[in-house]
Design a binder for this molecule. Structure first.
Ligand SMILES: [Zn+2]
Length: 328
């Protein structure tokens, strides 16, 4: 376990200090640090004294904690909003160009330019996070060496992740740079009264892990190292504001067949159904959310324990006894 911790810690440091090129195709400039959740918008709306509560990315402390529990548990802490939701995505020029529709004017329900910007940001953020995860896995596998007892496991996780990312390139990333790509997108943009005090942007399967497995299992093509179908996914963004909050779900036309359940819940006239969906997508499906520290402090210990548990993929932890109930 000690060697594993040292290796994980070294790999994490390596990934964190890595210089990245701009994610925009053909641009060789260095990526700057961008926010996946806007600092001056969503994060300011929920910050207290410039801080929000977010999940730690520190896998070392997670591994340490996993000695005490049967499974790794997420750790949450107060983070300065200058550092929350930061990723190395785009150079200064592309960051400004691609996201000006959401950075320079207020959100306007169903605005196609804002829809495209939100979708591209969610896809880029998720992809870059997963790519960092892959680099991390490769570092660990290399450090443990081929003789290491966990080498096979790490190497097979890395191969699987690599194939998923290569497939995402084909089905999600490469096509989304087309100027008229908004024509390939469908969305539900719901404006909710009041501040939901939670912010999130993520890509997620709109069906259960088990259903994803059933859908995609026949399409793993190990010979060609690419999936013969896109993995089911939708983007989901929750943007809190002082007077109203926005919940925006955007997906490609080829994912529409998976969207019936999420669509009907987000469009429901019953507020409790909409909030039930938000609690599920933010706290169970996404790993990238920020919470108002005051709201966090008011949560019971059992609710916080549930959030730590819920963030783990359901094929590892099994079904939850109940859903988190933070957005009420
Ligand atoms: Zn660039």
């Amino acid at each position: 376990m000690k060697i594993m911790l040292r290796v994980a810690s070294a790999a994490e440091k390596y990934v964190m200090q890595l210089e990245r090129d701009c994610f925009y195709p053909g641009c060789g400039c260095k990526a700057i640090k961008s926010h996946s959740q806007q600092r001056r918008g969503a994060l300011s709306a929920i910050a207290k004294k410039g801080k929000v509560v977010t999940m730690s990315r520190d896998t070392v402390s997670t591994l340490k904690r996993s000695n005490k529990y049967e499974y790794p548990r997420a750790r949450f802490f107060e983070q300065d909003i200058a550092k929350a939701s930061v990723f190395k995505g785009f150079c200064n020029r592309h960051d400004t160009q691609l996201f000006s529709a959401i950075e320079t004017r207020p959100l306007c329900k169903d605005d196609p330019d804002q829809v495209l910007a939100l979708y591209r940001r969610a896809v880029s953020y998720e992809y870059i996070r997963e790519e960092e995860g892959l680099i991390n896995l490769r570092c660990q596998a290399m450090a443990l060496g081929i003789e290491g007892e966990d080498f096979q496991l790490l190497a097979s996780c890395a191969r699987q992740k690599e194939m998923l990312l290569d497939s995402d390139d084909i089905y999600y990333v490469d096509p989304m740079w087309a100027d008229d790509y908004v024509n390939e997108l469908q969305w539900v943009w719901r404006v909710l009264p009041g501040n939901v005090n939670v912010s999130m942007t993520s890509m997620m399967p709109p069906i259960t892990e088990e259903e994803v497995f059933k859908e995609t299992d026949p399409f793993w093509d190990w010979d060609n190292k690419v999936m013969a179908c896109a993995r089911p996914a939708t983007s989901f963004t929750v943007i809190p504001g002082e007077r109203e909050s926005h919940a925006i779900m955007i997906w490609t036309k080829f994912n529409d067949k998976y969207m019936n359940d999420y669509k009907s819940r987000l469009l429901s006239s019953d507020d409790s159904v909409v909030k039930g969906l938000l609690n599920e997508v933010v706290f169970v499906k996404s790993e990238d959310y920020c919470v108002n520290p005051n709201l966090w402090r008011e949560l019971s210990n059992s609710e916080k324990g549930l959030l730590s548990h819920a963030i783990i993929k359901d094929n590892f932890r099994g079904p939850l006894d109940r859903m988190p109930n933070v957005i009420v």
